[in-house]
Design a protein. Structure first.
Length: 192
């Protein structure tokens, strides 16, 4: 008789693009619900990234403490999804420290002061002025265009930290060679 063994293989995973109900007409679940579900699924982390807002982060942080998920190893990444008025693709922004959080808050306030209530008008230049200490994740469009290729090269020139490019660059041969020669290019971005 051979005994069967039940083996559970887990790979550490963190969801970094979570939109809560604080992103009006975009997200449906409360931040507290996301934290509870992430803990239940044994995720290693969750990033709350509401649309041009840090509103969901506070409730997520409180929920993390209340259910003790932080002690169980769940990490909360504080950030937001920057949605631009120009043709800049959406970018997730995560501050590295308190000073960067302050700059991100100023960036969002700037965009909200320009717009009607409930809206936010940002452009790429605004981000470049407030980028210090921000970790950025570029949300590639579904259909890649030459305009996106140009945008990618411009952003790499101005920002030292940029993630999520592998999928976007799979079919862009010229971009592949340009990015590999870029001094700001991060070694953990791989091309297939």
């Amino acid at each position: 008789m051979v005994h069967a063994w039940i083996v559970r293989v887990t790979t550490p995973y963190a969801e970094l693009a979570t939109t809560t109900n604080f992103s009006f007409l975009r997200g449906a679940s409360h931040p507290e619900e996301f934290i509870a579900e992430a803990a239940k699924l044994d995720l290693k982390g969750i990033g709350i990234t509401d649309r041009n807002s840090l509103a969901g982060v506070v409730r997520a942080h409180v929920a993390l403490k209340e259910i003790g998920a932080g002690a169980a190893g769940l990490k909360l990444a504080v950030g937001c999804r920057l949605v631009f008025a120009d043709e800049t693709p959406d970018i997730l922004a995560y501050p590295e420290d308190r000073a960067a959080y302050g700059r991100l808050s100023k960036l969002l306030s700037l965009g909200k002061r320009r717009a009607e209530k409930g809206a936010c008008l940002l452009c790429l230049e605004d981000l470049l002025e407030h980028k210090e200490g921000l970790l950025l994740i570029l949300m590639a469009p579904i259909k890649l265009t030459s305009g996106f290729e140009v945008f990618l090269l411009v952003l790499l020139h101005f920002c030292a930290v940029l993630y999520g490019l592998a999928q976007a660059c799979r079919t862009m041969d010229q971009t592949k060679s340009d990015l590999r020669n870029c001094p700001n290019f991060l070694p953990h971005i791989t091309f297939h």
